[in-house]
Design a protein around this ligand. Sequence first.
Ligand SMILES: Nc1ncnc2c1ncn2[C@@H]1O[C@H](COP(=O)(O)OP(=O)(O)OP(=O)(O)O)[C@@H](O)[C@H]1O
Length: 280
Amino acid sequence: MSECTHDCSSCGADCASRNKPESLLEAQNAFSNVKKVIAVVSGKGGVGKSLVTSLLAVLTRRNGHSTAVLDADITGPSIPKIFGIREKAMGTEDGILPVESRTGVKLMSVNLLLENDTDPVIWRGALIAGTVKQFWTDVLWGDVDFMFVDMPPGTGDVPLTVFQSLPVDGIIIVTSPQELVGMIVEKAAKMAKMMNIPVLGLVENMSWIGCPDCGKKIFPFGESQTAKVALEEGIPLLAQLPIDPAVAKECDTGVIELFNEDWMDPVISAVENCPKRIQN
Ligand SMILES: Nc1ncnc2c1ncn2[C@@H]1O[C@H](COP(=O)(O)OP(=O)(O)OP(=O)(O)O)[C@@H](O)[C@H]1O
């Protein structure tokens, strides 16, 4: 066989060079040094994915890390509101500057770029996916230990773009007990496997309510199937968060940084111990 010219168009050999998949990873700009990227996914909307993403950023920040949230939920962005951010993002000739929360979490969301928070984003999938990619390539993130990506629900264009373009090190799946947990977790786990990204664990949100009189845990949706599904899938169930009016109020009034419960502790440990993934 003649020597490899690395021009596969003129050669039919089935060699390692031909089979090497082309990386679609987008490089960071010269002003960004993001060390780990954690994607937060859910099967459907409204299960508390943005809440969990925000808490991950707030609590890792409280532990002394520099943290950021990339709001990839372009058509339903809720991160700025949860952090009580009203100002808009500014740009320099080098790129867009993230907005910093009160405790120093760096944020980028389409709502920080729109003139009015209530303006709808009526864009086609390719434009939406392109915007998410730009949030990675064109935002001047600076030094970030942990970036949390708030994904839109499901397994559409944007999750695919994020998993292909960003160096995601781990995935946290958020579910609620009334979801079709088995199917949703399996779908997310399969997607992660296809992308070769480890699932760090599951967070079940809205699992229980604390009785206001005696503190006893009440499970309004009955016995949760999440633990069983987690076991079957070999994914750790890291936390079960209650329905808590105080948390709802912290989200609605933009003061999530005041959150002061220990429910997320195992999730934070899993994230902090997540190894850096070797990217293909
Ligand atoms: N454990 C909880 N206790 C009380 N309220 C909660 C809890 N989790 C979420 N909520 C409230 O439910 C609403 C939806 O939460 P959130 O925006 O985090 O969901 P989401 O999965 O990101 O939704 P979407 O996909 O539509 O963005 C918010 O108003 C939030 O305050």
